[in-house]
Design a protein around this ligand. Structure first.
Ligand SMILES: O=C(O)C(=O)C[C@]1(C(=O)O)C=C[C@@H](O)C=C1
Length: 101
């Protein structure tokens, strides 16, 4: 039988996880609002969707931040790559829509 205090502790920890997940979703939503504006600017002015030198700087910065914070830098890099790949898709769609106008 699972001790009652273990169940309570699990419930308390899950409550914090739910709050953190909510914060992550809100932060991601704000980031995508910002990158939508970057995508519109790039489409309007003919800049390419991706900027590999900017991405290299972001990877170096986030890997260092992750290491300082006790988070696996490999995971941080994968997470950033996942997010940026989605942003580039959005930028490409905006550029295509602009070209079709
Ligand atoms: O900073 C830019 O130029 C962006 O388009 C934003 C962003 C990002 O999501 O951070 C996305 C694509 C680029 O390759 C680099 C960075």
């Amino acid at each position: 039988m699972i001790a009652e205090n273990a169940t309570e502790e699990l419930t308390r920890l899950r409550s914090s996880i739910d709050n953190i997940d909510a914060a992550l979703i809100h932060l991601l939503a704000e980031r995508f609002k910002c990158t939508q504006q970057v995508g519109a600017l790039k489409a309007r002015t003919g800049m390419p969707p991706a900027d590999k030198s900017r991405e290299q700087a972001q990877v170096a910065r986030l890997r260092a931040l992750a290491a300082d914070a006790g988070l696996d830098p490999v995971f941080a890099e994968k997470f950033l790559a996942f997010v940026i790949a989605e942003v580039i898709h959005h930028h490409e769609r905006l550029a295509e829509a602009r070209a079709a106008d």
